[in-house]
Design a protein around this ligand. Structure first.
Ligand code: HEM
Length: 332
């Protein structure tokens, strides 16, 4: 049995390594798109230095940017539609409930302002999100997490709140629901597992965990898949008697401030926080991949590959869309 388990983890690893071969360009995206296009300014170096100084003050920019990038790419593709402000009577993606706790708009504004002063109308908001996210991941996880970001995305002109609701995965999704949602975006089951590895950093509010602690599947009990010691600990942070207490819990109970593979070790030890986190550790489709990522050294490279694939979802390129002057509004 142990041999079978080890060999299925090895097979999963071999498959993942194949997936790690990232093509140099998805459609019209390419690595280094802005080289020589910004009046002598190195675009990626400019983004990197701003992200490094923000990170030095506040490490939470890492989860903030990862989530912002994901929530952008899953709604109308990676086109920075999440950054557009709504208008009276026209709620935008950022106004939708699933984006209620999304942050990072000010970070992208800061980078955009710096780049507009060097080369107006050249660098898209969508590319700034992608580059800034990579830089934040590397600052947290180290050089081994570096990957070449493809650029050349253009910004979209449309942002509709209801599309965020229908396109983003629900907070109580199971593994199979998550896989189906990712598939609808052209991403595989392995990508789903790899990208959920972003939960190696950041937090979730009690409201998303309470059902697992107190009334799993209307049983009046905790989710039996969660380590009982963790259940008691989380109950003290998220009391049922005061449901308005929206405290938060770290998603990776091992090393919550660092991008690493601890998330996979935690979920195998029944210490996944969201239902989907716990589910990918036990689902037949994903269990071997989770084991391979928890035990091997492949996560850094494979995560970068999955981020590149997510960053290519339904992108606008060439003459599509526009390069916004301000990331919050469509150009007149
Ligand atoms: C089925 C897929 C997913 C579901 C159901 C899900 C759900 C959630 C939920 C409910 C939270 C907590 C939000 C809050 O309390 O404010 C969260 C946080 C987070 N998610 Fe996911 N997520 C998924 C996939 C992803 C992916 C693919 C990424 C990035 C590539 C990601 C990155 C993050 C990060 C970094 C946080 C922490 C944010 C922070 O601390 O500010 N998630 N996710």
């Amino acid at each position: 049995m142990a041999i079978a388990t080890a060999s299925s983890a090895a097979a999963a690893l071999a498959l993942l390594c194949l997936l790690a071969v990232v093509p140099t360009g998805h459609g019209a995206l390419q690595v280094g798109f802005y080289k020589g296009k910004c009046n002598g300014t190195d675009v990626e170096a400019t983004v990197k230095s701003i992200i490094a100084s923000r990170f030095a003050r506040d490490r939470t920019i890492v989860p903030i940017l990862l989530r912002l990038h994901f929530h952008d790419c899953f709604v109308r593709g990676c086109d920075a539609s999440i950054l557009l402000d709504g208008k009276i009577g026209k709620a935008a993606e950022k106004d939708a409930k699933p984006n209620g706790s999304v942050k990072g708009y000010d970070i992208i504004d800061q980078v955009k302002t710096a780049l507009e002063s060097k080369c107006p109308g050249v660098v898209s908001c969508a590319d700034i999100i992608a580059i800034a996210t990579r830089d934040a991941v590397v600052l947290s996880g180290g050089k081994q997490y570096s990957y070449s970001v493809q650029t050349g995305r253009r910004d979209g002109n449309v942002s509709v709140a209801s599309e965020a609701v229908s396109n983003l995965p629900g907070d109580s999704f199971s593994a199979s629901q998550a896989i189906a949602k990712f598939k609808s975006k052209g991403l595989s089951a392995s990508d789903t597992v790899l990208l959920l590895g972003a939960h190696t950093v950041g937090i979730t509010h009690c409201s998303f965990v309470r059902p697992r602690l107190y009334n799993y599947n209307n049983s009046g009990k905790a989710d039996p898949a969660m380590d009982p010691a963790l259940v008691s600990r989380l109950k003290s942070t998220c009391p049922s008697s005061r449901p308005t207490t929206n405290n938060f819990i770290v998603l990776d109970q091992g090393t919550p401030l660092t991008v690493d593979n601890s998330y996979y070790k935690q979920i195998l030890a029944r210490r996944g926080i969201l239902k989907v986190d716990q589910n990918i550790a036990t689902d037949k489709l994903t269990n071997a991949t989770v084991k391979a990522l928890a035990t091997g050294t492949s996560f850094p490279t494979l995560f970068g590959g999955a981020m590149v694939r997510m960053g290519a979802v339904q992108v606008l390129t060439g003459k599509q869309g526009q390069i916004r002057k301000s990331c919050r509004v469509v150009n007149k």
